[in-house]
Design a binder for this molecule. Structure first.
Ligand SMILES: Cc1ncc(COP(=O)(O)O)c(C=O)c1O
Length: 389
């Protein structure tokens, strides 16, 4: 063979019999080669057979999917390019024009935006509920086209925890498919499938990957038949996980329980200290006894989480000044990474919401959201004090 040909056909050395890599191999290949035409044709049948093409499946991505299914206690999972890829993928796969969705008021802004679009473009209306009373779902679901219930384990940024067992049982009884965004709790703090959810979605960008270096999403299914039904729609949508992104996420997961413990411990200390601080009019953290979801969080979550928010007396200007004054905490939009981040939700993550929806979601003009990292808590407190001072 000529050099050009030898250069193209680099050696793809198989693992020798008897030894395997300890870490999950990164298979950064968009397509997979076959020996037989029949085998290639047969591999197109479903999500679990031999790998054919990256949008339909990949060994690194499948390792992540099986890991996530195991962590959440699901029958199977699908990985996506982002949390919004997972949420949009699930909604588009399961809803048809004229269907109805029931969702809690306090949802991530991007999810609000998709639900708004679905209403405007496809006539898929969303009915809002507080999340505290299954009777609200029962009342909304008298409409025969009610298909989906959408909840978040811990609402962003107020830390409200819905009545998951009550709502999920009611959804089951009504034949409404339930979708719970578990990004803020992670499977370390809560496993909604064990409480009766049909689908758990994640922004794996957050705690699961944990290092602010990758975007990803996932949907984990209680029933594998539902995963298999959703899979073809997600192949069409094309918001599939890239193998390197899946690999980075797998790189983060082994330390997830350790990181969650550190996030929760730091957030609990800061929330308690902020509560007594002059100039802070409210602190939202489900691990604080005064929080409206304190008792429910104590029953459903094995920790208060790493996200807290607090309202400053000076309103919008005070909130925006604080996020510019912190030095150790960084002003950045995401959450769930090892470093502490602050944002001002009213002007960033929740800017799609009008004043009434902001108020219903419990987001005041001076609200600061803090994703507490795993730094030393005394350094974080010193930073908060100097920024408040
Ligand atoms: C609760 C929640 N769900 C979903 C998302 C969207 O995830 P991604 O940014 O990975 O698309 C976010 C992002 O902040 C979030 O906080």
């Amino acid at each position: 063979m000529e050099l050009n040909t030898r250069a193209v056909h680099v050696v793809n050395e198989p693992f020798p019999e008897g030894s395997r890599p300890l870490s999950v191999p990164l298979v950064q290949s968009s397509a997979f080669a076959f020996e037989s035409a029949d085998e290639l044709a047969g591999a197109m049948a479903g999500p679990d057979g031999p790998y054919v093409y990256g949008r339909r499946g990949n060994p690194t991505v499948r390792s992540l999917e099986k890991t996530l299914a195991g962590l959440e206690g699901g029958a199977g999972a699908l990985a996506f390019a982002s949390g919004m890829g997972a949420i949009s993928g699930v909604l588009l796969a399961l809803l048809r024009p004229g269907d109805r969705v029931v969702a809690q008021h306090t949802l991530y802004g991007g999810t609000h935006a998709v639900l708004g679009d679905l209403a405007e473009r496809y006539g898929i209306e969303t009915v809002r509920i507080s999340g505290d009373d299954p009777a609200e779902l029962e009342a909304a679901a008298v409409h025969p086209a009610t298909r989906l219930l959408v909840l978040e384990t811990i609402a962003n940024p107020t830390g409200r925890v819905p009545d998951l067992p009550g709502l999920l049982a009611a959804a089951r009884a009504l034949g409404v498919t339930s979708v719970v965004d578990n990004s803020l709790a992670s499977p370390v703090l809560c496993r909604p499938l064990e409480l009766g959810a049909d689908i758990v979605v994640h922004s794996t960008t957050k705690y699961l990957s944990g290092h602010s270096d990758v975007l990803g999403g996932a949907a984990v299914f209680a029933d594998d038949a539902l995963r298999r039904a959703v899979w073809p729609r997600t192949v069409e949508l094309g918001a599939c996980a890239d193998p390197f992104a899946a690999w980075l996420t797998l790189r983060g997961i082994p330390t997830l329980p350790l990181r969650m413990r550190a996030h929760c411990a730091g957030a609990a200390v800061l929330a308690e200290r902020l509560e007594g601080r002059p100039g802070v009019t409210a602190v939202h953290y489900p691990g604080l006894p005064g929080h409206p979801s304190y008792e429910r969080a104590g029953k459903l979550l094995s920790g208060g989480g790493g996200l807290l928010s607090f309202e400053l007396a000076g309103g919008r200007e005070a909130g925006r000044a604080f996020i510019e004054r912190v030095r150790l905490a960084r002003l950045a939009l995401s959450l769930g990474g090892v470093e502490t981040l602050v944002t001002h939700p009213a002007s960033t993550s929740h800017r799609e919401l009008d004043a009434a929806s902001l108020a219903a979601a419990g987001i005041g003009p001076g609200l600061v959201r803090m994703s507490v990292g795993i730094e030393d808590v005394e350094d974080l407190w010193a930073d908060i004090e100097q920024a408040l001072g």
